[in-house]
Design a protein around this ligand. Structure first.
Ligand SMILES: [Ca+2]
Ligand SMILES: [Ca+2]
Ligand SMILES: [Ca+2]
Ligand SMILES: [Ca+2]
Length: 296
């Protein structure tokens, strides 16, 4: 590490540091952000439609008191759901029991991996709303401990994609930054329900999808790693695809009803883990560079 840093000019190191720690807007694209390598890459081609509902890879980092989370790919604009659970500390659920919002109770009874005990459930959905006569993109944030829900509809106005925020609500104190870009046309293919092995190089190459920035305080973070699980489900939360991160074993078709699913009995972790940046690396941003200057 020392050799790497001293080998760089201070200007170059400063530029790298400001990139890594700058406030990153949630624009639905990981390009230029500090995510680094994928933390989970899709294993199966999608059973729900190529470039309609696919989860290519999961990314995340913790900075400035916030979780930055990105899931590349998309969820079909027919109000299919992207289900996201976040385990940010001790306690939480081993078996899902919903806050009752958006019909999520159809998944009650879902058994999580043993090492995964979420406190938070997020639902993302988008489509054309006939009542409002407009496109919309919605997000629900449920605190599974209190049963409170912060929900925001039409986050991007009359658009399926864009950047916006979920205003603070019953389950949150801070606002949640949201970006969604559904322009991906590559990534995994559409192998259907037979469970075709995904091209993981192609999956890891996708840069667009859902991006969220959430205050750690709203996740009940207790200082350790944050674990995230994501699944594409149908419109009433009653019939899930094979698009799960971390991925399902190959070959896997639809998970179907999540209320009868036991992820702990399915091989591998159906979650991925975001490890906080060591304090020594964060300090390098200022203190370390000042030391370098003095040495020079
Ligand atoms: Ca971004
Ligand atoms: Ca937990
Ligand atoms: Ca694709
Ligand atoms: Ca498992």
């Amino acid at each position: 590490m020392k050799g790497l840093v001293t080998g760089l000019s201070v200007a170059a190191a400063l530029a790298m540091t400001s990139t890594a720690h700058a406030a990153v807007g949630a624009d639905g694209d990981i390009t230029g952000d500090a995510y680094g390598a994928a933390l989970a890459v899709q294993t199966n081609e999608t059973s729900f439609g190529d470039n309609f509902s696919e989860l290519n890879a999961g990314y995340g980092f913790i900075s400035g008191g916030q979780l930055h989370l990105a899931i590349t790919g998309q969820v079909e604009n027919n109000f299919n759901k992207m289900e996201i659970w976040i385990d940010a500390g001790a306690g939480g659920q081993s078996v899902f029991s919903s806050a009752g919002n958006d019909g999520a109770a159809n998944m009650d009874g879902l058994v999580f991996d043993t090492a995964f005990t979420p406190e938070t459930h997020i639902i993302v959905r988008n489509g054309f709303d006939g009542g409002l006569v407009q496109n919309k993109f919605d997000l629900d944030f449920a605190n599974l401990g209190t049963g409170l829900v912060t929900a925001q509809q039409s986050i991007f106005g009359n658009s399926l994609t864009g950047s916006g925020t979920v205003a603070p609500g019953p389950a949150t104190i801070g606002s949640i930054a949201v970006g969604y870009d559904n322009s991906n046309v590559l990534g995994v293919g559409g192998g259907g329900n037979s469970g075709v092995p995904a091209d993981q190089v192609a999956a890891a190459a996708v840069t667009t999808g859902l991006e969220l920035i959430i205050d750690l305080a709203d996740l009940g973070w207790t200082g350790g790693p944050i674990r995230v699980s994501a699944i594409v489900n149908n419109g009433d939360h009653g019939f899930a695809s094979n698009q799960v991160l971390g991925g399902l074993p190959i070959p896997s078709g639809h998970l179907a009803g999540l209320s009868g699913t036991d992820l702990s009995a399915i091989a591998g972790d159906q979650f991925f883990t975001i490890v906080p940046e060591p304090a020594s690396l964060a300090l390098l941003g200022l203190g370390g560079l000042m030391m370098l200057r003095r040495r020079a």
